[in-house]
Design a protein. Structure first.
Length: 423
């Protein structure tokens, strides 16, 4: 199985898919799957741009809308996680995961799926300590605080991933596990990205929860993005223990390392995305404490014995099969012949995929329970200067220099590396 891994998509699906097709043609090969490590920007129409936290000059439709509308079809099965530049109102509809467009699958706030016999997990968002223990209180339309906090990683979703016991082959996170730089050539990284030096020296570049998951799950591969540079590391888990190959990739712009092809031994295809039994059991166990206000989840007393729940999930999937529920559009499609989109549709609509998913697991649909005003925000007091912390969260990513490269061609396919590995 050949898996293509891409860093930050930033809505540029056309160029990523075109680069892969050129690679297939030049090397007479076949790509089976594309993984994207966040900042996917699944923007369906101009309304979605309002929930996309990017500088004004980057607030554009890009190309996802073509795949959402059906004007284009993704040529490869595509799995992505969320980053810190997302159409968060749409991803909230698919909190548990689901098809964002035909052949394009969102893993959810956290999730595990199978592709053939390869098990793929992921965690969306970026880590900010001041929001980590809060619940998912944000609802569209977002204000100047919640448009950022909505993509901050929550302890609830990490705790779910920490329950995974069966081996994970590939794991995706947007930001890097903290201290991952200890396992690679950090001096070369600092030479290229000098503003990372202090954070690396102080052991705070990256995500603490991601580091905990790396230690617990020990996947064969871990892929990240966010810092807009390529960085490789090899993590040995204890003396003689398993190895994790870590790779961070860049964003899709000229001259950058934004793609890597990994070849993994697997069962014979054809392959398709399927639900993972263990993950569904974990989701069912944790759903009663799903935190939907600013108050975090109460993990006391939750029964983490999974065997009975696993058997129940297996019987359910035997009845209906393991394929995710079919894609359904929930918002009007972008019309490039029009501007200033003002289409009428529900704010936070129920996504039929999410409704079907909770029915499958015999869970209540919780997303209609909007918090009361007093519970909606953890920042009620004007004396709490949250804005300062938020304004400083963006890491320098050389975007100013990128503007000069708009007319250049993308990297030639011989710059895309291929690695062969046995899982």
């Amino acid at each position: 199985m050949k898996i293509a891994v891409e860093g930050c998509m930033h809505g540029d699906l056309d160029n990523v898919y075109r680069t892969l097709q050129q690679l297939e043609k030049s090397e007479n090969t076949k790509i089976d799957l594309l993984l994207c490590c966040g900042d996917f920007q699944a923007v369906r129409n101009e309304h979605d741009l309002k929930s996309l936290n990017v500088p004004l000059k980057y607030r554009s439709m890009n190309s996802f809308w073509k795949y959402y509308s059906g004007a284009e079809v993704a040529p490869y099965p595509t799995i992505f996680i969320g980053g810190n530049h997302e159409a968060s109102n749409y991803l909230w509809e698919l909190y548990y995961g689901g098809w964002a467009a035909p052949n394009i699958y969102f893993l959810g706030a956290a999730g595990v799926v199978r592709f053939g016999n390869v098990r793929i997990g992921g965690l969306s968002g970026i880590y900010k300590s001041f929001d980590y223990k809060l619940g998912h209180f944000e609802r569209p339309p977002y204000d100047h605080n919640t448009i950022k906090s909505v993509y901050h990683v929550r302890e609830y979703d990490v705790r779910k991933l920490m329950q995974v016991k069966e081996p994970i082959d590939v794991f995706l996170s947007h930001d890097w596990p903290v201290r991952i730089t200890d396992y690679g050539d950090w001096r070369e990284l600092v030479r290229r990205k000098h503003y990372f030096k202090q954070e690396i020296e102080e052991k705070r570049l990256g995500s603490k929860p991601a580091a905990e998951l790396l230690e617990k799950l020990k996947p064969h591969y871990w892929f990240s993005a966010h810092l807009h540079c390529k960085f490789a590391a090899l993590v040995q888990h204890g003396e003689g223990g398993p190895l994790t190959k870590f790779l961070a990739l860049d964003k899709c712009i000229p001259g950058r390392d934004f793609l890597q092809i990994v070849e993994i031994e697997s069962d014979a295809g054809p392959y398709e995305i399927q639900y993972d039994e263990e993950w569904l059991a974990i989701t069912r166990k944790f759903n009663p404490i799903f935190p939907l206000t600013y108050k975090g989840a109460d993990f006391r007393g939750i029964n983490l014995e999974m065997e009975d729940c696993l058997e129940w999930v297996r019987s359910k999937l035997q009845e209906r099969g393991c394929k995710p529920f079919e894609f359904v559009r929930t918002a009007p499609c972008y019309d490039p012949s029009r501007s200033n989109f003002d289409g009428a549709f529900a704010v936070n609509p129920r996504n039929p995929q999410t409704e079907s998913f909770v029915r499958l697991l015999e869970l209540p649909y919780l997303f209609d329970r909007n918090p009361e005003a007093k519970d909606l925000s953890p920042y009620p007091s004007p004396s709490i200067q949250r804005g300062t912390a938020y304004d400083s969260e963006d890491i320098p990513i050389d975007d100013v220099a990128d503007d000069d490269d708009d007319d250049e061609e993308l990297p030639k396919v011989d710059n895309v590396e291929t690695e062969t590995s046995n899982l």
